[in-house]
Design a protein around this ligand. Structure first.
Ligand SMILES: Nc1nc2c(ncn2[C@@H]2O[C@H](COP(=O)(O)OP(=O)(O)OP(=O)(O)O)[C@@H](O)[C@H]2O)c(=O)[nH]1
Ligand SMILES: [Mg+2]
Length: 202
């Protein structure tokens, strides 16, 4: 399958959601708790080892990072929320930045919400989901690190999550994903192609 995301390049990173690239064209943001695997998923999607920085220590991505798939089509790696070890004021600042970005960004057409398949739907995840629903933002849930569970428990977690989504965001789609095995990568690409209006792979 032809990967339309391979040519993706880094545009810029900023800690301040007011100093972002021009709000033109179309973009999809990757959101989720710290350590959920956002940067890893972006690297798998784009088949680039270190496009987005990954760290064993949670809280690695402190900036909103913008990437260009092609002219006027962007992917956005958001800083993770819910990381306990940073100071309260810093945490508040991150969350305000993310909220402001999600609320005001006109070119934002959808949110990929990543959650560790072993700990889905934590409190703030639920808030983000409800918020995306009320803002009529298309949302796709990736249950990441699926390689950490056997097939049965992973499927059970997916079904349970879908059940909860009926309440929190009835229009959200969801899937299992693993950055380590790349399982689910094609399914993710199909969702993004559809949202971003990119030609379906040959
Ligand atoms: N086993 C497994 N580990 C993963 C997977 N995806 C990510 N990880 C690991 O989880 C850790 C965090 O991954 P990141 O991609 O940096 O997570 P993030 O959501 O970008 O984290 P922040 O930038 O802190 O918000 C790293 O140690 C990754 O190697 C996966 O699919 N399977
Ligand atoms: Mg990251």
């Amino acid at each position: 399958m032809k990967n339309l995301y391979q040519q993706t390049t880094f545009i810029m990173g900023t800690p301040d959601s007011r100093r972002v690239p021009a709000d033109e064209g179309i973009e999809v943001a990757f959101a989720g708790r710290s350590n959920a695997g956002k940067s890893s998923a972006l690297n798998v999607l784009t088949e680039q080892k270190s496009l987005a920085r990954i760290s064993k220590a949670p809280g690695r991505t402190r900036e909103i990072n913008f990437f260009a798939v092609r002219e006027a089509v962007r992917l956005v790696d958001l800083p993770g929320y819910g990381y306990a070890k940073v100071s309260k004021s810093m945490k508040g600042e991150w969350q305000r930045n993310i909220a402001r970005y999600l609320e005001t960004r006109e070119s934002l057409c959808g949110v990929v919400l990543l959650m560790d398949v072993r700990h889905p739907l934590k409190e703030y995840d639920q808030q983000v989901l409800s918020w995306c629903y009320s803002a009529a933002l298309q949302t796709h849930v990736l249950l990441t690190k699926a390689d950490k569970l056997k097939r049965g428990p992973a499927q059970a977690a997916l079904l349970q999550t879908r059940k909860a989504l009926e309440r929190l965001h009835p229009e959200a789609s969801s899937q299992l994903f693993s950055a380590h095995t790349r399982a689910g990568n094609e399914q993710l690409q199909q969702v993004l192609n559809h949202w971003l209006g990119l030609a379906p792979p040959e």
